[in-house]
Design a protein around this ligand. Structure first.
Ligand code: FAD
Length: 156
């Protein structure tokens, strides 16, 4: 997960804590998405997977979902607009397709150690659109935890 300096990206994560409460983050805070499910259930409503899909698709914020090597699994229309890449251009490609090669390697090392350590990395990268144009991307890149606390996906 990229955006210009005037744009921001959304991130959410769901974590199972050791106390067995699904959706509880290591900080003890309930993940917002879990709270939304619980609130809806309390009101007798159900939030469908379709709603979550449409929320991602219709977000004005550029969103990408990757595997644990940053190979792209999904991008939303705002990502396509921002980068100039259609979804089919980037699916299966690494996020490094956006790299402008002006970012020092140390920045990427910090990025990776942060997200592989289970934290959100926030920072600015020089990115390159499909047409070669450079832009500043202010990124939030987060791990997505599975029910065992493993990290198999990232959200940027
Ligand atoms: P490389 O030489 O491949 O990597 C530079 C350094 O990064 C390496 O020395 C290593 O320390 C570290 N690194 C790279 N890949 C891994 C890995 N799989 N595991 C551990 N360490 C690793 N990059 C951008 O430039 N722009 C983006 O918008 C962007 N968005 C991203 C969104 C998400 C969700 C994720 C997970 C990553 C994103 N990245 C982005 C990072 C991208 O995947 C590359 O790591 C980065 O572009 C550097 O790639 P490179 O080929 O230029 O350099």
């Amino acid at each position: 997960m990229p955006k210009t300096s005037s744009e921001s990206q959304a991130a959410s994560k769901s974590v199972d804590s050791s106390d067995g409460q699904p959706g509880t983050q290591p900080s003890g805070k309930r993940a917002a998405v879990v709270e939304a499910f619980e609130l809806a259930a309390a009101n007798g409503k159900t939030l469908s997977p379709r709603l979550f899909y449409e929320t991602v698709q219709q977000s004005p914020l550029a969103i990408s979902i990757t595997d644990n090597k940053a190979d792209i699994l999904h991008v939303n229309p705002a990502f396509e607009t921002l980068t100039g890449y259609a979804s089919e251009d980037v699916l299966g490609k690494n996020e490094s397709i956006l790299s402008h090669n002006q970012t020092p390697a140390e920045v990427y090392q910090t990025l990776w150690s942060t997200i592989q350590g289970g934290q959100t990395w926030r920072g600015t990268l020089v990115n390159r659109r499909k047409n070669g144009e450079a832009y500043l991307a202010e990124l939030n890149i987060s791990p997505v935890f599975d029910s065992q606390g493993g990290i198999n996906y990232f959200l940027g």
